[in-house]
Design a binder for this molecule. Sequence first.
Ligand SMILES: Cc1ncc(COP(=O)(O)O)c(C=O)c1O
Length: 380
Amino acid sequence: MIYFDNSATTKPHPDIIDTFVKVNEQYYANPASIHAAGMEANGLLDRARSQVAQIFNTDEKSVIFTAGGTESNNFAIFGVSKANTHIGKHIITSEIEHASTLEAVKSLEKEGFEIDYLHVDEAGVISLEELKQKIRKDTVFVSIMHVNNEIGAIQPIEEAAKIIHANSRAIFHVDAVQSFGKLPIIFNGDHGPDIITVSGHKIHALKGSGVIVFRRKMNIVPLILGGGQEFGLRSGTVAVPQAVAFAKAARIAIENLPSTQSKYKKWKCDLMKFLTSFGEYIHLLSTDSGANHILSFSVKDLKGEILINALQELGIIVSTSSACSSKQMKTSHVVTALNINPKFKNGVIRLSFGAFNTDEEINQFKESFKKVMKDLKGVN
Ligand SMILES: Cc1ncc(COP(=O)(O)O)c(C=O)c1O
């Protein structure tokens, strides 16, 4: 099987699985216990936290381990907006955020917050001009994703941060679930977001792991109450094996970033050229300026599911625009926002690369795709 659905989830790295198993076997004590075994587990947890803090250029107390991207995004949005209503109740986000952001802000709207959505252009990029117009003195929270999970559009985070910080007291959150390990995300000072969220299973760690990282002190309401773990912000016995595995995956992702970037760039350029050769039959939703690990395109007058099944029969796994929207069998909010020709709306396919893909697999995709186009569309 050739797996090109790494933006939905990745195969865990064998070294990460080894680490996870080893920590479970040897360091299973509760890290909050005061006996020697608990302290040993806590030592490992501290080390993992400090590695993550170093990667994000922040201090250890600003790193909270969570169960993934959805929880981290919910925590950022609920925990910080609700704790800072003295600034105001106005929130800005974009119309192409992940559901874990959109559903969270919709829920806050029911509680009296006012939500403004930034539009995107045909490349899926927000307008800084619109951000400037929408930001207000009572804007408390801005949430903009770094890389879009369906088409790979990269948002101008540093420029957005400058505008937000120069014009308001709002806290700026960046969902970096799709960018961490694929793009540098060390934004600093005025050029940086205040909160970054990352998920483990998108970087070859395990499902059910992630972090929320704070880049400055702020008021936060805990999302989960209980025994006061994670500095009182996320109660519950900490999953030490998950945290250690996440920190290791994050380190590997950063170490490999230069080679990952050039590999994915080569593949995306190659496939964009290949797909363009089908002329009017193909519409590319991803652009040259987007992230290199996501390639989204559509075949004219063809349902995405049909294409997915045809490729699957040839041993190639791709997805429709996102795993979440594909089960609901409806055009995703991202594709809708891009306003593409209706003939291409139902045939959107996403290829997303991961650490285990190879040049050979890219070539096999090309061969298989040619066959599918011939069989389904009669195109030679
Ligand atoms: C941009 C983005 N944010 C958040 C999430 C949610 O992450 P998780 O699956 O870890 O809850 C995803 C998952 O697809 C994503 O792509």
